[in-house]
Design a binder for this molecule. Structure first.
Ligand SMILES: Cc1cc2nc3c(=O)[nH]c(=O)nc-3n(C[C@H](O)[C@H](O)[C@H](O)COP(=O)(O)OP(=O)(O)OC[C@H]3O[C@@H](n4cnc5c(N)ncnc54)[C@H](O)[C@@H]3O)c2cc1C
Ligand SMILES: NC(=O)c1ccc[n+]([C@@H]2O[C@H](COP(=O)([O-])OP(=O)(O)OC[C@H]3O[C@@H](n4cnc5c(N)ncnc54)[C@H](OP(=O)(O)O)[C@@H]3O)[C@@H](O)[C@H]2O)c1
Length: 277
């Protein structure tokens, strides 16, 4: 359930270095929120990349953290999907931003969760926990994703149902996306397989991504063959433990990890640094 939504009519003129103006904020749970900001005219990025964003610290120096851009490369604004860490240096403050406020955004996008880092394939698996959904919010709205693959499978796992809501609404909105509809019509609906699961609260689909892959449940539920390096490509974004465990499983299926400079079958990026809050 959405707690609050706020939208700015018209951004004021920024005055911080690398400042962008917050245009809307939406709180999803007491731990999760999303927001949109103005986009620097010169910023070019590939869907799935991340940038450094932040606020001015009390010491007068920028307090910056890595954030996946959740909006696609063609969007006029930039969207971010964020955790609220109660004692977190940045997010304890960032969670209070309002439309019209300024944030700092260093316009140097980087990252491995990009189409260029994968060899062509038939199916693309997007595997996320928690805020690891953010880069996939960008890639799901990216036309190249639907152009390149026959099927796109979005597996997202959180502890509780409410934590899936940002992703669920985004996935639902894809069939009404004007650009995707114009380019692909009904094909998006046919290509997309959405597999949201919870691990600590009862919901229609349960279980960790790792367990659903190793047991074969996700393949059986979706009527797909087990992943193989000839047909399947994957992008992975979650905690370090999640990434390590998924990487092992993908390698057992015969997939090899790629990079921007050496495209292969799957790519991995951390959703955050550390073991958890
Ligand atoms: C490549 C990359 C991309 C990132 N993209 C995003 C993003 O799109 N959205 C986002 O919310 N965060 C993202 N992060 C994490 C982000 O950089 C910050 O760590 C986060 O905003 C918290 O900042 P903080 O200063 O409040 O706390 P920090 O001091 O940075 O973190 C405190 C502790 O909180 C936990 N933590 C931090 N971030 C998360 C998280 N996202 N989910 C669960 N626990 C967390 C960790 O245990 C960490 O040690 C990304 C990190 C990396 C490395
Ligand atoms: N989510 C909350 O309600 C909540 C509330 C307060 C504080 N926190 C703290 O916030 C931190 C981050 O929480 P989070 O829920 O965003 O992230 P998280 O602990 O990484 O869990 C997110 C999802 O990933 C699953 N997962 C974790 N490790 C995995 C692995 N190695 N392989 C496969 N799946 C894995 C979890 O399943 P499992 O449930 O099986 O672990 C959960 O469904 C944690 O340290 C937590 O203590 C969370």
């Amino acid at each position: 359930m959405t707690e609050t939504t706020a939208t700015a009519e018209r951004p004021a003129k920024p005055h911080l270095p690398d400042a962008q103006i917050v245009t809307s904020v939406q709180h999803w749970t007491d731990r999760l929120f999303s927001f949109r900001v103005t986009r620097p005219a010169s910023l070019r990025f590939r869907s799935g990349e991340f940038v450094m964003i932040g606020l001015m610290g009390e010491n007068g120096k920028p307090l910056l953290r890595a954030y996946s851009i959740a909006s696609p490369a063609w969007d006029d604004e930039l969207e971010f999907y964020s955790i609220k860490v109660p004692e977190g240096p940045l997010t304890s403050k960032l969670q209070h931003i309002q439309p019209g406020d300024e944030i700092i955004l260093r316009p140097k996008p980087v990252g491995t969760l990009v189409h260029d880092a994968l060899l062509p394939g038939k199916r693309l698996w997007l595997l996320a926990t928690g805020t690891g959904f953010a880069p996939f919010a960008s890639l799901l709205r990216e036309p190249e994703t639907w152009d390149k693959y026959d099927q796109v499978i979005m597996m997202h796992t959180c502890r509780e149902k409410a934590e899936l809501e940002y992703g669920r609404q985004l996935v639902e909105s894809l069939s009404e996306d004007p650009l995707l509809s114009e380019l692909f019509g009904e094909a998006i609906r046919d290509k997309l397989r959405y597999y949201p699961t919870t691990t600590r609260e009862e919901s229609p689909l349960m279980g960790r991504v790792t367990d659903n892959l190793t047991s074969g449940k996700v393949f059986a539920d979706l009527g797909l063959p087990q992943m193989n390096p000839q047909e399947d490509r994957a992008m992975v974004c979650g905690s370090l433990a999640f990434n390590v465990d998924v990487k092992t499983i993908l390698e057992q299926f015969g997939l090899e990890e790629g990079a921007n400079s050496d495209p292969k079958h799957f790519v991995v990026e951390k959703a955050f640094v550390g073991d958890g809050i």
